[in-house]
Design a protein around this ligand. Structure first.
Ligand SMILES: [Zn+2]
Length: 451
């Protein structure tokens, strides 16, 4: 009996399915606390290296900070095509433990969900990509598959930038599968898969109002606080110019085919002209049309009876990739139209602004076809994410990058970066299986790609 059991265990261990493997890696990865700052992503890099080594897959730890290493592994193949890159970041945003109902790094399972920081953003993807690498290690493919787990996506993007500067040949690929795809149900049950092909560019802006200091008992026309609040009000009420790109144009066309968005259909022929009407009705759609402004921080004054000579606001501006920063600053100055207000860029490093990745590459088509084959009724739509990812740095290098929509989001609004971040166990498993099909579809092609 004991021998039988041992044999059974041995067989089971050998035949760990893609889904079981993804699940196991996922739990382990959640338990490695890579809150950024400080990150400590080397915890993840070491874990991945050890797991891949067990499978006979060599990997390399890369980077200049020993605590914040990236890891790259490659399945070599003989085919003529350029490589596919599968990437996911290894860091997560910090947690406020008091606001969580479960510990954030224990991978607690409650009902059908697994909770943990990174469950959505983006350790599920990381685990699935690892498992797929293992799954395909003995498969004959026609292009190399590169796996990359990169550090510091949530703060300075130092991981990807270091790799681009110092190890480009190790990650250079024809195209890349990355985070930020979105898979969700509409209220009436239609399934929507959004492939991220483009992203808005975070462009932080500081408004500084200057006036004269004085006693609060004597109101002044040049009160800095009053000028600042006028400026904020003008900016947030203004309709910013509408600009569509290849992705957003297709996004509206495809979305209008869904029952929930049927109301868009009569507005489609003159989309730009109808943008304000559409945007007023749906703020998510509005953000696809234009650069947006959210005032988020204020600083002024030290005592209620003292008029301060300066007041400051910080704005979270998400710029359309087709606009330059300078165009945005110039427009803000024009809208505010007040010499007492200075519009300043927040110091710090810029994310690149790039054209959307093409909707005609073999990878885009493979994602679309694979999803449609599995879900014939689903809508598969390209989209521009409001949030930024490290994919922007690769797009700026000319690589086509796609945020792949494989994991269903249950929560509206999503819990990425929020409290009680969680993923449904079944979507973790189904998502990994779908991602494998996509990777197989692109990496088993026999016709040389033309893009
Ligand atoms: Zn992320």
């Amino acid at each position: 009996m004991r021998i039988f059991l041992l044999v059974l265990i041995a067989i089971t261990a050998q035949a760990e399915s893609l889904q079981d493997r993804t699940h196991r890696y996922f739990i382990d990865l959640i338990k490695l606390n890579t809150s950024n700052a400080p990150g400590n992503e080397t915890l993840v890099a070491n874990y991945i290296q050890a797991e891949l080594k067990k499978e006979g897959i060599a990997s390399e730890l890369l980077g200049n900070d020993p605590n914040r290493l990236n890891i790259v592994a490659r399945l070599k193949n003989v085919g003529p095509n350029r490589p596919l890159l599968m990437m996911a970041h290894s860091d997560v945003v910090p947690v406020e433990p008091k606001l969580w109902t479960v510990p954030a790094f224990d991978a607690v399972q409650k009902d059908v969900f697994i909770y943990g920081r990174g469950a959505v953003d983006t350790k599920a993807l990381l685990a699935a990509e690892m498992a797929i690498l293992v799954e395909l290690k003995n498969t004959r493919l026609n292009r190399d598959i590169i796996f990359l787990s990169e550090a510091d996506e949530e703060a300075g993007s130092t991981g990807i930038q270091w790799l681009i500067r110092n190890a480009w040949d190790k990650i250079d690929a024809e195209f890349c599968l990355n985070e930020a795809g979105a898979r969700a149900m509409t209220d009436d049950g239609a399934e929507v898969f959004q492939i991220q092909t483009s992203e808005k560019v975070p462009t932080r802006v500081i408004l500084v109002a200057r006036g004269s200091a004085g006693h609060g008992s004597l109101p002044r026309k040049d009160n800095a606080v009053a000028h600042l609040s006028d400026a904020i009000s003008k900016l947030t009420k203004a309709y910013m110019p509408v600009q569509l790109n290849t992705t957003t144009r297709r996004y509206f066309t495809e979305l209008a085919k869904l029952d929930e968005y049927k109301w868009l259909q009569p507005l489609l022929p003159k989309l730009e002209a109808n943008a304000n009407e559409i945007g007023d009705r749906d703020s998510e759609l509005d953000a696809q049309f234009r650069t947006t402004v959210s005032p988020t921080m204020l600083r002024a004054g030290m005592k209620v009876n003292v008029i301060p000579n300066q007041a400051e606001a910080q704005l979270d501006v998400r710029r359309l990739p087709g606009e330059t920063k300078e165009e945005v600053y110039a427009r803000f100055r024009k809208i505010i139209n007040d010499p007492a207000i200075e519009v300043l860029p927040e110091p710090g490093q810029d994310m690149p602004a790039t054209e959307p990745s093409a909707l005609t590459t073999d990878l885009y088509k493979a994602i679309e076809t694979t999803i449609k084959k599995q879900n014939p009724k689903a809508a598969v739509i390209p989209y521009m994410s409001r949030g930024a990812t490290d994919g922007a740095f690769l797009r700026a290098k000319g690589m086509a990058v796609y945020g792949v929509p494989v994991f269903t989001r249950d929560d509206k609004p999503g819990r990425a970066h929020g409290n009680d971040e969680r993923i449904r166990e079944t979507t973790l498993r189904e998502g990994a299986a779908l991602l494998l099909k996509i990777v197989e579809a692109i990496a088993k092609q026999t016709v040389p790609t033309t893009n």
